[in-house]
Each structure stands twice: as C-alpha cells, then as structure tokens.
Design a binder for this molecule. Structure first.
Ligand SMILES: *Cc1c(COP(=O)(O)O)cnc(C)c1O
Length: 204
C-alpha cells in the first residue's frame, strides 16, 4: 500500500445517509459490513429493515442528547461523543441494556463555527470522566476538518489528531472522507468514513 500501512489496520465505514436499505443490502452482498449513519431515526428504519444481517452500524453524525437512548440501542460505535453530559447518558442507557457502548470523542481542530466536537484542550477532561463510566469504552478520536478542494490541506488536521491519539494512548482514529481518505490513511487513520465514493452524490 502506498501509505506503508497494512490494509487490515484501516476499516472502511460506508456512510449510508440518504442511501436506502435495498442499496445497503447490495453493498452488503458485495462484501461491506460496516455502515455509518448520521441521523438516528433514519438509521433505526434501516436497521429494522436489514435486521438479521451481520452488519456493524456506526453513528458518524452529531448525536443529540434526546437521541442517546435510541442510539445506544442500535449502534456498535458512536463516533461523535462531544460532551460529558452526552457520555453520561450513553453510559446510563448502555447500563440498562447490559451493554458496553464503544465510542470515539469528536475533536474539532479548526475554528469553523458549524462543526461539532470539543477542542483539543478538553480531550483529557472527557477521558477522565469516561474512566468512571463502566458501560462506556472510549476507543479513540474522530475529526472532520474543514472542506478543502485540495485534500493536501487536510493533512495537518489528520496529523494533529494522530498526535493527540498517541498522547492519550488511544488506538482508533476515525478520519478521512471521499475527498481525502488517502491522506488520512497516510497520517494514521484506522477508520475512514466514505459515502460519495461508494454510493455516488447525495441529494443534498
Ligand atoms: C456524510 C459523512 C461522511 C461521508 O462523506 P463523503 O464525502 O460522502 O465520503 C463522513 N463522515 C461524516 C460525519 C458524514 O456526515
């Protein structure tokens, strides 16, 4: 592999927002197993339609607190934990379901107003809080850099997330989308979240 990474160390999360269940089934038949959704309600419908298939569902979009319970019910991994309050809710509902919920902390590495995520300085605080939550396991970090036409410009953000993950000994890094996943893999991504390159343009 060009990036010098072992392909087994990078998981593809196929992002299926706006993609209906029948097309997800086609992707499943083609061999994909990990699907990412950005809205809980949309995900619930597809999970119900595709139940019985050996699919891992990931929450990649912003998670509202009032959707925490439903999210814990369906997702194997939540990429978008961004407050202690949200983590406490997830921990509580996971406890009720007798499950250990896996999650990533979403970090915002740019000053862009519109993006969710905590600042670099808050990561330690969230990790400390998570230590007391026995039904929540933080496995790593996630970030969404600003969009650049030139994917090279995303590289510094991915490098910073990798440094941050290393500093706290976190194994998983969810970074890279259609436009720049190759750069993210070069910088150490363990999961890339790819929608458009697999399913085509969305009706957004
Ligand atoms: C939609 C989405 C993606 C996939 O984006 P593409 O550019 O279509 O690959 C990845 N991550 C998140 C959080 C998304 O909402």
């Amino acid at each position: 592999m060009r990036a010098g990474r072992n392909p087994e160390d990078v998981r593809l999360v196929a992002v299926t927002k706006f993609v209906d269940a029948s097309r997800i089934k086609e992707a499943f038949d083609a061999g994909l197993r990990v699907f990412g959704e950005s809205r809980v309600q949309e995900a619930q419908e597809k999970v119900a339609e595709l139940q019985g298939l050996n699919i891992q569902w990931h929450m990649v979009g912003h998670l509202q607190k009032n959707k925490a319970k439903a999210a814990v019910g369906i997702f194997d991994l939540i990429h978008s934990l961004d407050s202690v309050e949200l983590m406490e809710l997830v921990n509580k509902y996971a406890d009720k379901l007798g499950k250990v919920q896996k999650g990533l902390i979403q970090v915002k590495l740019s000053e862009e107003e519109s993006k969710f995520g905590i600042s670099e300085n808050e990561v330690e605080e969230l990790l400390e809080a998570a230590k007391g939550m026995k039904n929540l396991k933080i496995e790593g970090l996630m970030t969404i850099p600003p969009f650049f036409d030139d994917p090279e410009l995303a590289r510094p953000y991915y490098r910073r997330l990798k440094e941050l993950g290393d500093r706290f000994g976190l194994p998983e890094l969810s970074m890279g989308m259609t436009n720049d996943f190759e750069i993210a893999i070069e910088e150490g991504a363990t999961m890339v979240r790819v929608g458009t390159a697999i399913f085509g343009e969305r009706p957004e």
